[in-house]
Design a protein around this ligand. Sequence first.
Ligand code: 7TS
Length: 419
Amino acid sequence: MSVKTLTPLTTGVDEYNVEKIRKDFPILAQTIHGKPLVYLDNAATAQKPQAVIDSIVEYYTSMNANVHRGVHHLSEVSTKAFEDARIKIKEFINAKSESEVIFTRGTTEAINLVAASYGRAFLKEGDEIILTGMEHHSNLVPWQLIAKEKQLKIKIIPVDDNGELVLDDLENFFTEKTKFAAINYVSNSLGTINDVKKIIDTSHLHSVPVLLDAAQTVNHLEIDVQKLDCDFLAFSGHKLYGPTGIGILYGKKSLLDSMPPYMGGGDMIAKVTYSESTYNELPHKFEAGTSNIADAIALGAAIDYVKQIGLEAIAHHENCLLEYATAELLNLEGLKIIGTAKNKCGVISFVFDTIHPHDVGTFLDFEGIAVRTGHHCTQPLMHRFGIPATTRASFAMYNTKNEVDILINGLKRVIKVFK
Ligand code: 7TS
């Protein structure tokens, strides 16, 4: 286990004022079971700053109209705000063009879109897809569905005991039948930051396109899709301090252009007759029906907010918390950390030798502490570690060292009660 040297929380982020940031998140002022809320379930979903909440209220108060279709004033205002949000997202991930940014319901829908559309059009019987041993079910089940339909073979890059991908013999995963790779960037269960650049570069040597599941990445690490050279990237707004029900699929234009629509309906067409249709240009070809306009705009507001604090400062703050929590947890009797990779962010998962994670989670809830317990939608990964579940604490920009202390004290009481 490598615990990085503990850095004081102020180092390098003198201007980082966590108490001021907390005031922007109204939900954090709550008490739960009479105790101040300690929200450490950020990998499941992050809380929303007032700016995001205001954006939604403002939209429905003064802008609501359907986009792209109307000549009236409100429709123009709404369309502009919606398309401006797309531009913010394009800039946030450094896509070449906003036509490469598709609004979806979230990471899950974005991955299903690629698996169904690219998979049906370009994958054929006997082809191979590469995934990793730490995929969230969202980046596993869609590929299993298309694999079943098309008789494809799924190959899994294994995970070692530290929770790192075994990439030494990566080359050997590729054959002339390898036609796609879909890879987790940051593990939601272990916190491992995977060496996705190595996987992308190796895949491209074999002309294999790569999709990155960045659901747990966009809120912790800066992403530059052009530098990464990934072919697709998926993420959800709600883990990036934005609303639920909105997410992004980024795809290289040439690939998206070559793919058939995922869903049919309004907005995604150019011309329709009773017998056939032609399709709209990107990104609209993949946005059938009325989009989640309000939440797309609010995701833009979330990105503005994150940029204002600065992802680098946020990451530094979270890493300090992670290091501190790791060192403190290791002092607890019978506790084992699952996921001890050298490169980690955001997440710390652990088990006790004799106490079930659900008992830990329920006990902590009575103390006002929100952690997640379970398999975290990574059942095969839990199986790999020979455990049914973990307790997971996950950090966001507004968590504090004091909250880590509250967690540790809560766990000390758990040990006392359940021993
Ligand atoms: N991929 C990863 C790596 C995730 O962590 C999640 C959600 C998803 C995909 C799916 O995202 P969605 O927004 O489409 O649902 N992860 C979690 C979690 O760890 N606990 O709750 C949801």
